[in-house]
Write a protein that binds this ligand. Structure first.
Ligand code: GAR
Length: 213
């Protein structure tokens, strides 16, 4: 069985979706940079080993990442899953885990990298928003895309409502992406494209608002 390390900073709802998905893998550890992350308690209720590597306890990013990598490797992780892990990672760290480091981001990348994606989507007036699971590269919120989910932006939406609609899809696509990786069905083709063996294309387009007639 492949071993996962799940890295969190807060609530941990994506982590929980992954724990509930009964993936053919061992979750070796949930690691947080925030000692107070709610996700740590949730992980413990699932009997998962937790660990805190507090970024504030290190003089610089390099030494924090050294400690983080040490923890990940000590747990024998094959795949590193960023699930709301809110620290920017250096090129050195990313290179160390190249091809086995994945992230979920609450937008349809390459739109809205960075923070406050739902607010920015509302401000931009987009009618379709969503989330993305991707392999991590040196550039922030960028890298070969594995799966995306699109949701409509509705007239009555505020940031919280839109975030909740996107989050429900995050909880579907992240376990799916990890399952494909564990099943060995992903191939990187070229620099930036992922092929997924046997993946079904979606049945229809999402139009927002709906086309009449
Ligand atoms: C999720 O919406 C995730 O996509 C986002 O943080 C939230 C964590 O929630 N990640 C990023 O913005 C990374 N750039 P969770 O702790 O409940 O999974």
């Amino acid at each position: 069985m492949k071993r996962l390390a799940i890295l969190i900073s807060g609530r941990g709802s994506n982590m929980e979706a992954i724990l509930r998905a009964r993936l053919p893998a061992t979750v070796a550890a949930v690691i947080s940079n925030e000692p107070g992350a709610r996700g740590l308690e949730i992980a413990r209720t699932y009997g998962i080993v937790t660990e805190v590597v507090p970024h504030r306890g290190y003089p610089d990013r390099g030494s924090f990442e050294q400690a983080l990598a040490h923890a990940i490797d000590r747990h024998g992780a094959d795949l590193v899953v960023l699930a709301g892990f809110m620290r920017v990672l250096t090129a050195d760290f990313v290179a160390r885990y190249r091809g086995r480091l994945v992230n979920i981001h609450p937008s349809l990348l390459p739109a809205f990298p960075g923070l406050h994606t739902h607010r920015r989507a509302l401000e931009a007036g987009v009618r379709i928003h969503g989330c993305t699971v991707h392999f991590v590269t040196e550039s922030l919120d960028h890298g070969p895309i594995i799966i995306q989910a699109a949701v409509p932006v509705l007239p009555e939406d505020d940031e919280a409502r839109l975030a909740a609609r996107v989050l429900a899809q995050e909880h579907r696509i992240y376990p799916q992406a990890i399952r494909w990786i564990l099943e060995g069905r992903l191939r990187l083709s070229g620099e930036d494209r992922v092929e997924i063996e046997g993946a079904r294309p979606p049945a229809q387009a999402l139009c927002s608002p709906e086309v009449e007639g």
